[in-house]
Design a protein around this ligand. Structure first.
Ligand code: NAI
Length: 388
């Protein structure tokens, strides 16, 4: 997998156009395909504008921009992809449509070409299940915006060939990305481990312990997060965030730990989607005045700790289940969603016994499985160990 390898990107939407840009910037010639021809034209126009801006800002020379853009060409028939060594699929999130595309591609590509999917919520094992050569199918999960966010989750399925994950990790490094290796489980690392950031914040709000502004303020001022949960949900879009939560909850056979929130459902039902609809948890119109947070330090610390300890428990449990390594779990959260610290490192700093006793207290108080401590956390405390 070197620069001479041709790359194909299928789906010229938000993710596909970003991935095409990343591959072209890494020196590959890229063919971009979409069932809607105008989507490819639009993506190429947008890439033109992006590169002009990079030149204006002095981040690229005009020559470099021209050469890089020249590497991306539209493709109007999948058959043109016969010489590609890697295809990255970023089409609609629908299992049967993805399966059909992958089987069509198998008939066109050379036997040793790799087939990657950028799926967020589907199982790569399920997609590969439709293929005659499942050993060449893998997830390369980029984050939005792909050219800016360094993290890529590399996820082999049950039947993925032995050498492919390592090849993909190397390739992603060569593309200037930070790859992490992860098992094929719902939400991979980031979309699983980050769930309590939203879920526990919504729970605290629903219990009336604090208002949204105060919860956001707690996470920023005490936790050092760039954005609070409600601000972030408004940025992501409540419809998208709610859909991810629902899909993880269903995929885990309704484990109460991932239960979606009625508050968020109501936001979606009322069209309060966030920034994109002008109103979410906050009002996003010009001149809107946001309410002031409460400045009670004890309250802020309690809010932040309750959300943080739930995040820590999620990361510890992912480690316990072998979803990813200690270092990859910490990298994923700092590089994919900009957390100020890796959660396992944070757990060490806070003290594992303190994490465990907080979770036990919450579990006893609420009587809910939602707060059950990971068995690994109990074991680590018993053996007086730390993660790092
Ligand atoms: P999008 O809706 O912006 O783009 C999808 C594109 O695929 C559209 O242009 C559509 O015409 C095209 N398409 C649909 N069916 C096709 C087919 N059979 N063959 C070729 N092209 C087809 O979607 P977006 O947001 O770019 O998502 C694409 C994939 O990436 C999904 O699997 C999604 O779950 C995943 N993803 C999305 C992220 C995001 O933040 N938007 C982040 C990471 C992954």
């Amino acid at each position: 997998m070197d620069k001479s390898m041709k790359v194909a990107v299928i789906g010229a939407g938000t993710m596909g156009s970003g991935i095409a840009q990343v591959a072209a910037q890494a020196g590959h010639s890229v063919q971009l395909f979409d069932t809607r021809v105008d989507a490819v034209t639009k993506a190429l126009d947008a890439l033109n504008k992006t590169f002009s801006k990079l030149v204006e800002k002095g981040k690229l020379s005009a020559d470099e921009a021209k050469t890089t853009l020249g590497r991306i060409s539209p493709c109007i028939d999948l058959k043109e992809l016969a010489r590609c060594g890697l295809v990255i699929e970023a089409i609609v999130e629908d299992l049967s449509i993805k399966k059909k595309l992958f089987t069509d591609l198998e008939a066109i590509l050379a036997k040793d070409a790799a087939l990657a999917t950028n799926t967020s919520s589907l199982s790569v094992t399920a997609i590969a299940g439709a293929c005659a050569t499942p050993e060449r199918v893998i997830v390369l999960h980029f984050f939005n915006p792909a050219p800016l966010l360094p993290l890529v989750e590399v996820v082999p399925g049950i039947a993925t060939g032995e050498g492919l994950p390592a090849h993909c990790m190397e390739l992603m490094k060569a593309w200037g990305k930070t790859p992490v290796l992860c098992k094929d489980t719902p939400g991979f690392i980031v979309n699983r481990v980050a769930r309590p950031f939203y879920g526990e914040a919504l729970r605290i709000y629903e219990e009336g312990l604090a208002d949204m502004v105060t919860i956001d303020h707690a996470m920023r001022s005490v936790g050092g997060f760039k954005m609070g949960p409600f601000e972030l949900m408004d940025l992501i879009g409540n419809d998208i965030n709610f859909a991810v939560t629902k899909s993880v909850f269903e995929a885990f056979f309704f484990d109460p730990r991932y239960r979606p929130s009625i508050t968020q459902q109501r936001q979606v039902e009322s069209g309060r989607l966030g920034r994109k609809s002008g109103r979410g948890y906050y009002v996003h119109t010009d001149g809107a005045v946001q309410p002031a947070p409460k400045n009670d330090l004890q309250l802020l610390e309690d809010i932040c700790w309750r959300i943080l300890v739930m995040l820590i428990n999620e990361a510890v449990d992912a480690l316990n289940l072998g979803i990813a390594s200690r270092d990859d779990l910490d990298l994923a959260m700092t590089k994919g969603v900009n957390y100020p610290k890796g959660l396992l490192r944070w757990a060490d700093e806070k003290g594992l016994a303190h994490c465990l006793s907080t979770l036990e207290r919450l579990q006893a108080e609420y009587g809910e499985d939602r707060y059950r401590p990971s068995p690994l956390l109990r074991r680590m405390v018993r053996e007086s160990r730390t993660f790092h």
